[in-house]
Write a new protein. Structure first.
Length: 443
């Protein structure tokens, strides 16, 4: 029995040598390289796209402005010829926060139009018949939501909005795969593929001197699945491959030979490329790396990477292993693929942060709308005279209520009648016989 087994083993060994030492030896290796190679087949679209959505606070500011006193709205808009017209922003110093919020306030005031139109808007949202106390309390609540929205929007995002386009990313991706900005349509270009012109198999794959690198994914694949020009019927990445996958004597594979090599990893055109696709390709490519002594290899190493029947089809990275650790910088497409992946991670970070802002502002808008719907169900405490009070003024941003802001401006005039007259549009009046010696008042 032992004799039969030994004879069978000898026959298989002889058959393997007869069929060639490298035929089919790298089929498993190609399975690791294929995801990276197929990145070059994908369309120039990357996921996710940078979101164009912005927080929608306009409805919140409009509600807030509609509940503000008439004098506050009239600072931003006037009616001319029956149509609302924007007023210019005053040139004098404004309270903190006003300059930033002025465009939003003015847009809100313009959307409401005249005072008559504002009244119609309040009726349309269900506030007709509401008491002053109900409107005042609703206005205060809506004002707090508007302030919260303003605070959210004035805070800068920690994630910078990415500006790298899909076209730019696709060019970077193709540089990693082929060393050029588009897939080759003819013969592989030696300079683009391997980093040096006129490179035959041994020079490009054999790692004859320290410092050699794997320049592109195509460079690695051509070494692992191609052969020296002296071999014409061996396919390292096909179990029974008998076609010619040979390099030129002093150059990279011609178009027909590259197509033989690519048959081990047929083209698959993906609609887009994601971080997951890139991370998978990087992980698989890294898995293909092995080492012997201080040298790193991709492909099954026998004696040398000469692509000939007697030895092996592989790429040798001379001196790329130190202390058992491979120097991945010598595999240049890895870093290029990482760069593209990082650009997509930046998109994800920006989109996530922006979406949080969008959701937060939308929640505030919903709360404000809910407050308006509930306004007429509010009940004042017993014996509370607030039912006859005037509605409160909307804060509309930093600096307190409209009354509080105007009072600060009036107080700043320091009871000077000349300064007071300049502030009449803010509601300031001068009274010579004012209480407690104070002569400046809010009308």
């Amino acid at each position: 029995m032992a004799t039969i087994i030994a004879a069978a083993a000898a026959a298989l060994l002889a058959l393997s040598f007869a069929e060639g030492a490298i035929k089919g030896t790298n089929t498993a290796v190609m399975a690791n390289l294929c995801p990276a190679l197929r990145l070059g087949d994908s369309k120039a679209k990357f996921e996710p796209q940078v979101t164009a959505a912005e927080p929608e606070a306009a409805a919140l500011y409009k509600l807030n402005m509609s509940l503000a006193p008439k004098g506050w709205r009239e600072q931003f808009v006037e009616v001319s010829g029956g149509s609302p017209v924007a007023k210019p922003k005053p040139n004098d110093a404004q309270p903190p926060g006003w300059d930033e919020m002025w465009p939003s306030w003015q847009t809100a005031a313009l959307s409401l139009g005249s005072n008559e139109q504002n009244t119609k808007f309040l009726t349309a949202i269900g506030l007709d018949g509401a008491t002053q106390w109900q409107i005042q309390n609703t206005a205060e609540l809506v004002r707090s939501y508007a302030d919260a929205g303003y605070d959210i929007l004035r805070q800068p995002l920690t994630a910078t909005k990415p500006t790298t386009t899909d076209s730019d990313l696709h060019k970077q991706l193709m540089q990693a795969v082929y060393g050029q900005e588009a897939a080759p349509t003819g013969d592989l270009d030696s300079k683009a593929t391997t980093g040096a012109a006129s490179q035959g198999y041994n020079a490009a794959c054999g790692g004859g001197s320290p410092g050699n690198k794997a320049a592109t994914v195509a460079h690695i694949v051509a070494c692992v699945c191609g052969t020296d020009s002296s071999v014409s019927n061996e396919e390292p990445c096909q179990h029974d491959g008998g076609l010619n996958a040979g390099w030129q004597a002093s150059n990279t594979p011609q178009k027909a030979k590259w197509e033989v090599i690519r048959a081990s990893c047929p083209k698959v055109e993906s609609e887009s490329t994601s971080v997951t696709d890139l991370e998978h390709a990087i992980r698989q490519l890294t898995t293909a790396i092995t080492s012997v002594s201080t040298h790193a290899y991709i492909g099954n190493f026998k004696t040398s990477c000469d692509g000939a029947s007697a030895n092996a089809a592989c790429i040798k990275l001379n001196g790329a292993v130190t202390g058992g650790k491979a120097d991945l910088a010598k595999i240049e497409p890895l870093q290029k693929l990482q760069n593209v992946a990082q650009e997509l991670r930046n998109r994800i970070a920006y989109n996530n942060e922006q979406q949080k802002r969008i959701d937060a502002v939308k929640h505030l808008v919903d709360l404000a709308k809910a407050a308006v719907k509930q306004a007429k169900y509010l009940t004042a405490p017993p014996n509370n005279s607030a039912n006859t009070d005037k509605p409160s003024h909307s804060k509309e941003g930093a600096g307190g209520t409209a009354d509080q802001r105007s009072e600060k401006l009036c107080n700043a005039a320091k009871d000077d009648q000349g300064e007071c007259d300049k502030l009449k549009d803010k509601g300031c009046i001068f009274k010579e016989d004012g209480k407690d010696g104070k002569k400046m008042y809010i009308e």
